[in-house]
Design a protein around this ligand. Structure first.
Ligand SMILES: [Zn+2]
Length: 80
């Protein structure tokens, strides 16, 4: 497997959708290729970072929250 192929397979590998033979050569390549291992680690950190941002209660309100709910929360806060 080449570095380019590894990058192409990365998403499927992380989703557990990579077929076993490819998963094996993926892991083999990772063991032999430090730059690709670093790439994978960086990618996983980025994903985690994105998730923790979404889980932040002080963060921006997700787009699918109804306006009435947001207004009710804001009203409750201003009364407190
Ligand atoms: Zn590589």
């Amino acid at each position: 497997m080449t570095c380019q192929e590894l990058a192409d397979f990365l998403l499927r590998y992380l989703d557990g959708e990579l077929p076993a033979p490819q998963g094996e050569s993926f892991a083999e390549h990772l063991a032999l290729c430090p730059p690709c291992k670093a790439y994978l680690t960086t990618y996983q950190k980025t994903v985690k970072l994105g998730q923790s941002v979404c889980a932040d209660p002080e963060g921006p309100v997700p787009g699918d929250v109804p306006d009435e709910l947001v207004e009710a929360i804001l009203a409750a806060r201003s009364r407190a």
